[in-house]
Design a protein around this ligand. Sequence first.
Ligand code: ZN
Length: 137
Amino acid sequence: MTTQTHPVDHELIQAAAHVARTRCRGDNHTMAAAARAQDGRIVTTVNAYHFTGGPCAEMVLIGAAAAQGAYELNTIVAVGDRDRGVVPPCGRCRQVLLDYFPSLKVIVGEGDRIRTVLITDLLPESYVWADHQLGAE
Ligand SMILES: [Zn+2]
């Protein structure tokens, strides 16, 4: 695992925390995510919980960003409601985020251990879907 130090985008954490604090309601919306697009703008979302596997806030964010024309994301962070702070992406999100944005940075940790890591550092020895399709080199 490579350990590189990347600056922490505190404005992004604040954006997610604001949405978590003001938009999360009940059991349906318990997590917020914010991503910095390549052009600098911030996109925010909340999860859509459902027992059948409703999408995490990070998954909602991929579609919401695309709907705004932001197809390249630079950094992402998720923050829990009820002041739970930064929450790392689940395993499914790590895989999807890696496949969509191989050079994505993710803010993880809590308190004075908040840090920015590469998505590839969160999924070592990762499965790259595109490498296993028929016709792949
Ligand atoms: Zn997830």
